[in-house]
Ligand binder design. Sequence first.
Ligand SMILES: [Zn+2]
Length: 149
Amino acid sequence: MTKITGFSRILSNFAINYSKSMKEKSLGSAILKGKCPQCREGDIFPTSIFSYSKLTEVNHRCPHCQAVLVPEPDFFYGAMYISYAFSVALVVNVLIILNLFFEDPEISVYIITVIISNIILLPLMLRYSKVLYLYWLGKLQYDPLKAKK
Ligand SMILES: [Zn+2]
């Protein structure tokens, strides 16, 4: 009998810990969803990724915890370099894939594929360069208490 209750206690402890960890947002999913570095709840961007005109607009403050997301006016200027690195990585990947799977096509095929994939992925690259830049240099630490507010 004691064995069974001991086991069920372990099980319920596991369930409690599991639900706790489910509530705490992981760093990876917060970055993927473009959430505030401090609370991982509020959105960094005010509009969806499909909004063409306000694509790169950033909330000045986190709507959830009020953390300052734009520490200085030109803060996101450096994100340009990350977005540039994304573009270079994209070009390299397109070249490798075309070369491996399409038996070295004509140069025009390379150029058109690079341009089209760049246009399609541009919104993603522009947004994630800012998200990564904010997480990297934004000096905001994750605070689970801010998430619960
Ligand atoms: Zn926040």
